[in-house]
Design a binder for this molecule. Structure first.
Ligand code: JFZ
Length: 440
């Protein structure tokens, strides 16, 4: 069992109450999986406005926001096709919004009337068929769940400048909310058995107020192998540096960058600021080289169809993964900075280094401080061994020479080439400051 009382100060907020040694086994698929697809689907896609925040921030009135219920048909929602697209992208897991801060549940919750089965023309459970379709393809199924429910009469928060009550003034009301919320979590746990819980909105209340420890314990009692993200006030298993790309390698053992494919989480027709496949691949490989995952978000339209630009990006990413995935999936974080000016990963047994080289390059790639002798160098997608040159090796010094690898143009990937360096033995790096007398 995981224990909660001890503070692991070396770890980030997200998992500072969880001992990483005790969750190692259940985290393995996540560590190996590297790529997840995040789906923000909800009534906000009808008008194409900010998910929940649009009424909270008073860009639209609450009644007008809720009017979107009437237009939410989901009549082009095709879970099998969506799961197939996710499979094609190369992703190993998917996280679906089961309920956003607006409180609209995407399943027929018996707790409260606000769900798409009871309140929208969609009149169907959107979760079950998607989770089934994902699992049929070996993709892990995750549930995004907002702890915040700005629509619920027993929830304190509502609009940005008005709330219903204060928790300490009305503890019984807050207890009622927690009963409701936990009821929904029980339903999700029993009916859909998520492999991963992606909580959101923990910032509105403390761990004590949420009873975060009890939530964690409860969910793990349903499924001890469920993974919990880092937004449960310290009771999660991994960290989520949202949108912000880390420049130095995060300390925590497991982390995931969640990122929109354009500028918004949900569908917004005016937002055509899509990231290019190259940008996404470079961000993805950079995250992986730092030991992290990418959770790439898409936003289906109100009718459930996926915008064609998003389909295209996922397919391009998938084609790249198909050719180059060996350097990404089931690998571990790459060499520390200073050896190669770019992203790298290692095979689990650390006898192979993968270098990520942006296309197109005419200059040879440089690796510094590699003590191992080299067995073979190839570009993923080709069997032909590459020539390489060791420069500046002084025969009587322990300091390794510089490895230069020219990449033939006809073997370069259109987005990002992956250079596979097979070593004799496990990776052994010279980390010294130069000089010729010592190894230091
Ligand atoms: C939250 C949601 O409010 C948002 O609508 C979306 O669902 C996203 C995935 O998560 O937004 C956040 C949450 C955390 C931070 C910023 C926005 N944060 O930690 O900086």
């Amino acid at each position: 069992m995981v224990f909660y009382t001890m503070l692991y100060t070396g770890y980030a907020q997200a998992q500072h109450r969880v001992n990483p040694d005790e969750i190692k086994e259940k985290m393995q698929w996540f560590a190996d999986g590297k790529l997840g697809i995040f789906i923000h689907y909800g009534i906000y896609s009808v008008k194409g406005i900010d998910e929940s925040w649009s009424f909270h921030n008073k860009k639209i009135s609450y009644p007008d926001y809720m009017n979107q219920l009437k237009g939410f048909t989901a009549n082009q929602y095709k879970p099998d096709e969506l799961a197939q697209l996710i499979k094609e992208s190369g992703a190993r897991y998917a996280v679906m919004t089961t309920k956003h801060h607006d409180g609209v549940a995407l399943w027929n919750s018996k707790y409260g009337p606000l769900n798409v089965v009871k309140k929208t023309p969609a009149e169907k459970d959107l979760l079950k068929p998607l989770y089934d379709a994902l699992r049929a393809r070996g993709i892990k199924a995750g549930a995004y769940f907002s702890l915040i429910d700005w629509s619920h009469a027993d929830y304190p928060g509502f609009l940005k400048d008005s709330s219903r009550y204060q928790v300490n003034a009305q503890p019984a009301k807050w207890a009622k909310y927690l009963t409701f919320m936990n009821g929904q979590l029980d339903e999700l746990a029993k009916q859909y058995k998520p492999d991963l819980w992606w909580f959101d909105g923990d910032w509105e209340h403390s761990a004590d107020e949420w009873k975060a420890s009890a939530i964690r314990q409860k969910l793990l009692s349903y499924n001890p192998n469920a993974i919990i993200n880092g937004r449960l006030q310290g009771f999660g298993d991994y960290d989520t540096p949202e949108q912000n790309f880390p420049v130095s390698r995060p300390n925590y053992k497991w982390w995931e960058l969640c990122m929109t494919i354009n500028d918004n989480w949900g569908y917004q027709p005016q937002d055509t600021n899509f990231k290019t496949p190259y940008e996404i691949i470079s961000i993805f490989t950079d995250a992986v080289s730092y030991g992290g995952n990418l959770l790439l978000d898409i936003g289906p339209k109100g009718d459930g169809s996926i915008p064609p630009q998003e389909v295209n990006i996922l397919k391009e990413l998938g084609a790249w993964n198909k050719k180059n995935g060996e350097g990404v999936f089931n690998t571990v974080a790459g060499m520390p900075q200073g050896h190669y000016y770019g992203a790298s990963t290692l095979s689990k047994d650390s006898t192979t280094v993968y270098l990520f080289v942006p296309a197109k390059t005419s200059a040879p790639v440089l690796v510094k401080g590699l003590k191992n002798s080299i067995k073979k160098i190839t570009v993923l997608g080709s069997e032909t061994p590459l020539n390489y040159k060791i420069v500046g090796k002084i025969s009587w010094s322990a300091v390794p020479g510089l490895l230069y690898i020219p990449i033939p143009e006809n073997q370069q990937d259109k987005y990002m080439s992956v250079i596979k360096i097979e070593l004799n033995g496990k990776l052994d790096l010279y980390r010294g400051k130069g000089g010729f007398l010592t190894n230091e």
